[in-house]
Design a protein around this ligand. Structure first.
Ligand code: PLP
Length: 363
């Protein structure tokens, strides 16, 4: 049996008729950018997250860098971010000329709340939390730290659509929640897409201006903005998927529970979930000290896996100018050397999952 790490085709097939109907409707509407589908999606996604406002954008990276731009964070400012994240989180900071200050992760792959305060200086302006792998971070502690030190709080929710802390959704704890709708995300489109959510009407209207060349009124440009508009086709298709988010997330919980109950191998460490923090299982990430052996073993059985992520941002060539080296963030580096995401997707069959479990247990 051949098992791929992800199957976007399955996610399409579950609601194929609805997607096709909506695609035709948008194509035939004669209106393709910033129209009624985007308006409706923004209202529905704001309601889903429990935010007052949502602004649809071109992708998740734009959501991040525009968030810091709108908050006025740039050159000379420092932003704390966990060291074990996807590099886009860091680019969202550095595109604005601000400096990323890395914080080591905890046992749940999120920013370690105990390691934050020692990194705060008089230049620190904000914290960017990343709810990595679908796991909500310790927002109770982090929001208290932000309040105490008067810091802005931005959340990278590209992997955490629907994940909650004590019933409150990630993306709603700080000033701005940033989302990506890249096809492989929990709420994924059929191309690029993104959004921010906020309770602040000023941030929402600034974001609307920035996404459209810095203009509020046609051909009157107030600031140098971006072209980062969610398009009508994506918005329409995302509305279809959003209407099924509850069952899609429930299915991921079920898949994760089966892995957690079924994988029994002392060579493999299973993911843990922090008490009170929900996980929507964007990835099911195991750790193994003999990772390459395990990857090769699974490959022989036609089971595909992915490493999220093999090179942490501080060791990436793109950030060599920051001057970090191997050893700068040992926990992050250890995770980068041992993590492995096993196949996990909506529409995964029981048989497929059992095949993966049996292979992992036989390793
Ligand atoms: C996917 C992702 C992004 C970037 O989103 P894009 O839509 O691909 O630009 C940012 N942060 C994290 C944690 C992500 O997983």
């Amino acid at each position: 049996m051949k098992i791929m790490p992800n199957r976007l085709d399955r996610g399409f097939e579950i609601y194929q008729e609805e997607f096709e109907k909506k695609a035709l409707e948008v194509l035939r509407s004669g209106w393709y950018v910033l129209g009624k589908e985007v308006d409706a999606f923004e209202k529905e996604f704001a309601a889903y997250t429990g935010s007052a406002h949502c602004v649809g954008l071109g992708n998740g990276l734009d959501a991040l860098w525009l968030a810091f731009r709108v908050l006025g964070i740039g050159a000379g400012d420092e932003v704390l971010v966990q060291a074990n994240t996807y590099i886009a989180s860091v680019m969202g900071i550095t595109i604005n000329g601000a400096t990323p200050v890395f914080v080591e992760p905890d046992a749940f792959y999120n920013m370690d709340p105990c390691a934050i305060e020692e990194k705060i200086t008089e230049r620190t302006k904000a914290i960017l939390v990343v709810h990595l792998y679908g796991q909500a971070s310790d927002m109770k502690t982090i929001t208290a730290i932000c309040k105490k030190h008067n810091l802005r709080l931005v959340e990278d929710c590209a992997q955490s659509h629907g994940a909650c802390v004590d019933g409150k959704m990630t993306g709603t704890f700080g000033d701005i929640g940033c989302f990506s709708f890249y096809p492989s995300k929990n709420l994924g489109g059929f191309g690029d897409g993104g959004a921010i959510v906020t309770d602040d009407p000023g941030i929402a209207s600034d974001m609307r201006m920035y996404r459209n060349y810095g203009s509020e009124k046609r051909y009157y440009n107030k600031v140098v903005g971006a072209n980062s508009r969610l398009d009508e086709l994506q918005a329409g298709l995302l509305r279809v998927r959003l209407s099924h988010m509850e069952e899609l997330t429930a299915e991921r919980h079920k898949l994760a529970a089966k892995y957690t109950a079924g994988i029994k191998n002392p060579e493999i460490r299973l993911p843990a979930v922090r008490e009170g923090c929900d996980c929507v299982w964007h990835q099911y990430v195991i750790r193994c000290e003999k990772r390459q052996e395990l990857i090769d073993y699974l490959n022989e059985r036609e089971i595909g896996t992915i490493i999220h992520y093999p090179i942490p941002p501080h060791l990436s060539e793109a950030y060599s100018s920051l001057g970090y080296h191997r050893g700068s963030f040992p926990i992050t580096e250890h995770y980068a050397d041992t993590v492995l995401s096993i196949p996990m997707y909506n529409g995964m069959t029981d048989e497929e999952q059992q095949y993966v479990i049996d292979a992992l247990n036989a390793f």
